[in-house]
Design a protein around this ligand. Structure first.
Ligand code: F0G
Length: 426
């Protein structure tokens, strides 16, 4: 099956094997699938039949990947060319305390922090690094608030490709920086914010002929579509009413919209869920643009405790606007306190997530309180990253005067002191 690159505005098409990230007109590109030709080849049964199976050798590389299970509608490719770490297959959690906190009975948390490097980025990266191989890239690069750099580092190492990552100095969580360094990515700590790092990596990629693996690259988004396919597959192709996700650079929002549009066009689902993209109040350019009916594209100087979404100039803006149009979606914002309190509840249920992820839970709660989401509706919220990514922020919350703080107790090293401490809490 052939695919091509296609401009989201003027629809000009380019070969899929051409290395380019923008149309000649300057706008963003899609990986374009011929849905008419695909329709007879794709069915619910095709994907259902690929579920399950114990981890196998590389000779059967697609069986255990929650991305490549959907390969016909992601990247039709020779199985031997795939660089995979069995991404996806992430759990869909239910917990009564979580349902009560957000205020809907049927509340599910899809935990993307269970991916190999601890975030949903692995789903995009397996496709991006596979494509890097197909175009014979000599090196790969990205700008990142942390998770993309961790994922790129790991997948580039698997593929034996040199990796360069540009991160905002001092502004990424400890776990993510540790990963990028450990996986061997050449790490440039840019004295600026993510938006500065993004601008620089784009210049470098063009000038030095290095393959860019930010979500500007449409192949990344094709992989991230699999989050939606997996949700739909898990719901036996009955759509939930809402999918709620944190929004920063807007790659995921864009990917989710495209996945849902394609699933509907291919007859996999009958109705579309509504997308709700949640931003942090201090990094809310998409929320502000939504408020003005997308008549003006807003940029901000971002600041939020959720460093993963500390972004003021989101790259996939136009693709994300289209996603909301397709799904009758909306944008909401939540404060840092709301994010951290929601995270404390997610953590306390034993599920756990990083701060940015909790924006989706805080956002669901807010939308329920506003009466936008009804208590009887089914909601899937995306936990985008693992609890261990950002230990400093978690410890700071629990050692501060916060609503759900689980304050550690300092005890003298004697049995009596320990007994008194235990009796005080039991
Ligand atoms: N949640 C987490 C944990 C993230 O790492 C990101 C983005 C988002 C949500 C937002 O997703 O950008 O698609 O809207 N992290 C990128 C990075 C920017 O560099 O790791 P988005």
């Amino acid at each position: 099956m052939t695919i091509s690159l296609r401009c989201i505005s003027c629809t000009k098409a380019y070969p899929a094997g051409e290395v380019r990230y923008l149309c000649d007109c300057g706008d963003l590109l899609d990986v374009w699938h011929d849905l008419e030709a695909l329709r007879p080849l794709i069915s619910r049964g095709l994907f259902d039949g690929r579920l399950g199976g114990a981890p196998g050798p590389r000779a059967v590389p697609t069986v255990n990947s929650g991305v490549w299970r959907y390969r016909e509608i992601i990247l039709p490719v020779n199985l031997d060319d795939i660089v995979s770490r069995s991404e996806g297959n992430t759990a869909l959690y239910e917990h009564p305390q979580l349902a009560q906190f957000v205020g809907v009975d049927a509340f599910y948390a899809k935990h993307e922090g269970e991916n190999p490097t601890g975030s949903f980025k692995d789903r995009g990266m397996t496709v991006g690094v596979t494509q890097a191989g197909l175009v014979s890239a000599r090196a790969v690069a990205c700008a990142s608030t942390g998770n993309t750099s961790a994922s790129l580092g790991a997948y580039a190492a698997m593929a034996n490709l040199p990796a360069l990552v540009f991160i905002p100095a001092g502004k990424i969580a400890a776990g993510k920086l540790a990963q990028a360094l450990a996986y061997g990515a050449k790490t440039l700590q840019v004295e600026g914010d993510f938006d500065d790092a993004m601008r620089l990596v784009r210049q470098v990629a063009n000038a030095l002929n290095i393959y860019l693996l930010n979500s500007l690259n449409p192949f990344r988004l094709e992989g991230q579509k699999s989050i939606v396919f997996e949700i739909l597959n898990g719901f036996r192709w009955l759509t939930p009413d809402w999918i709620v996700l944190p929004a920063g650079n807007l790659g995921n929002t864009a990917a989710f919209g495209k996945a849902l549009y394609e699933a509907k066009q291919l007859g996999l689902i009958e109705k579309l869920p509504r997308l709700a993209a949640i931003q942090a109040e201090g990094a809310n350019p998409f929320y502000q643009s939504f408020q003005n009916g997308f008549s003006e594209r807003i940029e901000v100087r971002p600041e939020t405790v959720a460093s993963a979404i500390r972004i003021g100039r989101p790259v996939s803006y136009k693709r994300a606007v289209r996603a909301l149009e397709w799904t009758n979606g909306l944008v909401e914002q939540v404060s840092d306190d709301e994010i951290m309190d929601a995270k404390a509840i997610v953590d306390r249920t034993g599920i756990g997530c990083e701060p940015a992820s909790a924006a989706s839970v805080a956002g669901t709660r807010k939308l329920v309180r506003q009466g936008v989401i009804q208590p009887h509706e089914t909601v899937v919220s995306i936990l985008t990253g693992n609890l261990l990514k950002d230990p400093d922020t978690t410890v700071a919350y629990h050692t501060g005067a916060n609503q759900y703080a689980n304050t550690p107790v300092k005890v003298e090293a004697s049995f009596e002191a320990v007994r008194a401490a235990i009796e005080a809490v039991l």
